[in-house]
Design a protein around this ligand. Structure first.
Ligand code: PRP
Length: 211
């Protein structure tokens, strides 16, 4: 009998694109993850279960081994730091760009800028490497509002279609990095449950390749 595995997933676009990949790897949840209020889901594979958590919490569950495997955006992984886990597969899903953005009708002021973001660690490193001093304002969402109400000069946020920026009178400025979702594995699970983890990672790699 193979070791049991727990996979951590987060609701939203990543989940919608991860479920077909899991299905192609032979894993189908026994409930609808999008409509159920449950947090733990059994699957058609008796030794594989899914847990549904907030995206920013996925690396933490995997770091501590509460989940053996997880799917998280590169943005979330960089912000977490990657301690206790390995990034194994670029799933090439939920692609987007991490960018700075500002008001379309106002030039970026000179001097020390105020930058609002959900990603203080990535943002701090980005401006440090540019040699630019900024004041960081940590927000948890709806960053686009910050320049409108004068809370910040710039934001650092994910951009996909650019529609959210546009709808709020903002324009994308500097491209910080490309982002996609990654399959991450707990370091201890890779040793202790080596065969089960390797089999699953391989199946998911194949599912990504034929997509
Ligand atoms: C992301 C991001 C932007 C939006 C960009 O938010 O924070 O608000 O998508 O997409 P667009 O360029 O296609 O308009 P998301 O919907 O992931 O939710 P969040 O606010 O929880 O991050």
């Amino acid at each position: 009998m193979s070791a049991s595995l727990t996979i951590a997933l987060a609701k939203g676009r990543i989940l919608d694109e991860t479920l077909p990949l899991l299905a192609r790897a032979g894993i189908e949840p026994n409930d609808d993850l999008n409509t159920s209020r449950k947090l733990v889901f059994s699957t058609n594979q008796p030794d594989i279960k899914l847990v549904l958590i907030r995206s920013a919490d996925v690396p933490t569950y995997v770091q501590y081994g509460a989940a053996d495997i997880g799917v998280a955006g590169k943005d979330v992984l960089l912000e977490h730091g990657g301690e206790g886990l390995y990034e194994r597969v670029d799933l090439k899903i939920a692609p987007c760009r991490l960018m700075t953005a500002g008001l379309a009708d106002r030039p970026v002021p000179r001097g020390r800028l105020r930058v609002a973001t959900k990603y203080p660690e990535i943002t701090r490193r980005y401006f440090l490497q540019k040699g630019q001093q900024v004041e960081l304002i940590k927000l948890y969402g709806s960053m686009e509002l910050a320049p409108i109400v004068g809370l910040a000069d710039l934001i650092v946020d994910l951009v996909d279609t650019g529609n959210t920026l546009k709808a709020n009178g903002l324009i994308p400025l500097d491209h910080i990095m490309d982002i996609s979702s990654r399959l991450i594995v707990n370091r201890a699970s890779l040793k202790m449950k080596n065969q089960a983890v390797k089999d699953l990672v391989q199946k998911i790699e194949q599912a990504v390749a034929v997509r």
